[in-house]
Design a protein around this ligand. Structure first.
Ligand code: EPU
Length: 424
């Protein structure tokens, strides 16, 4: 593959940033909002909560009255777990929230105990009955508190977002210890601070939030999607192509670049200030010798993201040697393994580790996508598999990749979308 594409706005930054509009007095304007099924689900939920949401291309304007409904029903949360990000904002601005408990998903057990622990530390009364979280702020409103927000698998991204949003309107100071350090938390904190919040330490493991009386929307841009960028670069590396992703954030992908370096996949980067007017870009280049595959264990940021684990596994089939790919964040996130094996990958799974021995010649076959990143890995594998690969249930892909097949086609990939009879 060869060519250049532009990164879309980040799904995982956009979701909490748009949920934050529930906190704002007056209108808020978001630019570079990706056109994704998950965002459309969130818009519908915001509208059900009384928000006005106007979408014009990648510009979205929201306005949310201070009073209105406070329920995120099972039908929505079941479809998209990130709906839980309305819990903190509803509680802070409207004093109560009823949010269905998300339960597990194909990635395995995904509890929200830390979200509840954090909101409890702000004085909220929380009851879980009949699969619904019923949250109520105390009479005088939420008040600051200190909370340690990690489990044995590390911190929680959306949990940190929820507590940070609620604490922005609480009385007094909140300290979140073991906060998630992901760039999406930094983007959310920057948005809240521009709206009048007082948040220090975003991007570190300790957040200090001084509550304010009110927050006022304003205008912001969703940052580029680091997982989409990583997926496109891995597509380039897998196909021994020259693929450039424009307007991305290289500093958020240093772990992947380090792996490319050690694997022997050449890459270049630029645009960060040196070349006038050009926004940062990253490019993978054709490898002179087959890459060495490397062991990888997923970790919270700045470690290797679990959201690139499936795509990394697909890339390893092109490399030489034996690699152990371990997911410490979601130990059961391996539904793509049997499907990659239908293409001849020969991956063995033991607990939270997949073992791949490359290089293998993949051969096209019909496969089933189980979730968003698994679908991306199967599409990537299909690019190098001989013959035709048909990925079914590709609606998973549309939850989090904006026009992926168009971008891959732009790079010379032979990908077409057909109507999927299994689409819901
Ligand atoms: N966890 C708990 N208790 C909690 C919350 C999380 O034990 O209350 C555990 C989880 O089970 C997991 C770990 O902590 O083992 C991390 O989960 P986290 O809460 O950070 O995940 P999340 O915020 O629900 C976001 C992304 C995911 C991404 C994870 C990890 C969004 C909308 N989702 O989920 O993205 O995998 O962080 O980086 O931001 C995807 O885009 O494909 C995706 C699944």
């Amino acid at each position: 593959m060869q060519g250049a594409v532009t990164a879309s706005g980040s799904k995982n930054a956009a979701l909490p940033m748009l949920a934050a509009s529930l906190l704002f007095e007056g209108p808020a304007v978001y630019r570079r909002v990706p056109d994704l099924a998950d965002l459309r689900t969130l818009f519908r939920l915001l509208q059900d909560l009384g928000a006005e949401v106007q979408v014009q291309g990648d510009r979205v304007q929201t306005e949310v009255p201070s009073h209105g409904p406070t329920e995120a029903p099972y039908e929505v949360v079941r479809k998209m777990r990130a709906s839980v990000a309305v819990l903190g904002p509803l509680l802070a601005r409207r004093g109560r929230a009823r949010v269905s408990l998300p339960g597990g998903c194909v990635l395995g057990d995904r509890p929200i105990d830390l979200h509840l622990k954090g909101l409890h530390a702000l004085g909220a009364d929380l009851q879980v009955r009949h699969g619904i979280v019923e949250a109520q702020a105390p009479a005088g409103g939420l008040r600051g508190g200190t909370v340690y927000l990690a489990s044995s698998r590390g911190s929680t991204v959306l949990g940190t977002a929820n507590v940070m949003m609620a604490a922005s309107l609480a009385k007094g100071v909140t300290v979140i210890e073991a906060a998630a350090e992901e760039p999406e938390i930094e983007a959310l904190a920057a948005l809240l601070n521009r709206a009048g919040a007082c948040i220090h330490g975003a991007g570190s493991h300790r957040l200090e939030i001084e509550g304010v009386e009110a927050l006022h929307g304003g205008e912001c841009e969703i940052p580029p999607d680091r997982i989409e960028t990583g997926t496109l670069l891995l597509a380039g590396a897998l196909t021994r192509g020259r693929v450039r992703v424009n307007d991305c954030r290289p500093d958020e992908l240093t772990v992947l670049l380090d792996l490319f370096h050690r694997a022997g996949v050449p890459f270049a980067q630029g645009g960060d200030g040196g070349e006038a007017g050009l926004r940062p870009w990253l490019e993978v280049q054709p490898w002179p010798n087959p890459p060495r595959v490397l062991d990888v264990a997923t970790r919270p940021f700045p470690g290797f993201p679990t959201d690139l684990q499936a795509q990394w596994l697909a890339f390893c089939t092109a490399g030489e040697g034996l690699a152990l790919v371990t997911d410490t964040v979601y130990p059961d996130r391996f539904m793509h393994v049997p499907e990659l094996n239908r293409l001849g990958a020969g991956i063995r799974r033991e607990g939270n580790t997949a073992l791949v021995v490359g290089p293998v010649r993949l051969s096209g076959a019909p496969v089933l996508a189980s979730d968003l990143r698994a679908s991306a890995a199967l599409v990537l594998a299909g690019l190098v598999a001989s013959g035709q690969t048909i990925v079914r249930r590709v609606y998973h892909l549309d939850r989090g990749y904006e026009a992926l097949e168009e971008k891959l086609r732009q790079l010379g990939g032979r990908v077409v979308r057909e109507r999927d009879p299994e689409s819901p």
